[in-house]
Design a protein around this ligand. Structure first.
Ligand SMILES: Cc1cc2nc3c(=O)[nH]c(=O)nc-3n(C[C@H](O)[C@H](O)[C@H](O)COP(=O)(O)O)c2cc1C
Length: 187
């Protein structure tokens, strides 16, 4: 069975990015795709220390003993990832950036473990404009990152945060999530 890893990067109980990610999760379950969800705010993920041990022939991805060890294994076994996070200070928030920085210890020129991996992205922000909000910076960062890793970046879904009362199944963004998920599944 195909497995998709969903990585949540919001600390908020009423998080909009998590709400959107859950639409993806529900659809994946409907089409019999196995899903595993990870909440970055409940995980211990240190910053990359640039020791470059991962570039030596030690056989280990990274010398740091934290939750990324588990994530490296999970990512390798998965068909794809969904990354969902808020925009903080005009780009992806720090928790998501820490997580992505640590791909350095995983995807090397030798291992190419993210090559062809399907990646879906969900971004939520407070401003009404994707340029002014900084979502555009996040999009550029993610496009450049996953071009570098030769991954398959699916449709990036982004939008202004809606209050819980405004979150409706027929909102365009909900439909965009399904388009992204179908692409993630290779349809
Ligand atoms: C520390 C912090 C920084 C933020 N910076 C921005 C920003 O640069 N641009 C923006 O449009 N919204 C910004 N916001 C608003 C969030 O992006 C917005 O509330 C988002 O929908 C939160 O996503 P979530 O509901 O998934 O947590 C910021 C919020 C916080 C707490």
């Amino acid at each position: 069975m195909k497995k998709i890893i969903v990585v949540l990067g919001s600390p908020r109980a009423e998080s909009y990015s998590t709400y959107l990610a859950n639409i993806a999760v529900d659809y994946l379950k409907e089409v019999d795709v196995e899903v595993e969800i990870f909440d970055l705010y409940k995980m211990e993920i240190e910053a990359c220390i640039a020791c470059d041990e991962c570039r030596k022939n030690s056989g280990n991805f990274c010398v740091q003993d934290d939750d990324m060890k588990k994530m490296y294994k999970k990512i390798s076994e998965s068909a794809g990832l969904i990354l969902a996070c808020p925009i903080y200070w005009f780009t992806i928030n720090a928790k998501m950036k820490l997580f992505i920085d640590r791909f350095y210890g995983f995807h090397t020129e030798k291992t190419e473990l993210l090559k062809d991996k399907r990646i879906g992205v969900i971004l939520s922000y407070g401003d009404v404009d994707p340029y002014k909000s900084g979502a555009i910076n996040a999009i550029r960062t993610l496009e450049d990152s996953f071009e570098y890793t030769k991954s398959y970046l699916c449709k990036i879904v982004y939008g202004t945060e809606l209050k819980t009362t405004e979150r409706k199944p027929d909102n365009k963004i909900n439909k965009d999530i399904i388009v992204m998920v179908k692409e993630l599944c290779g349809n």
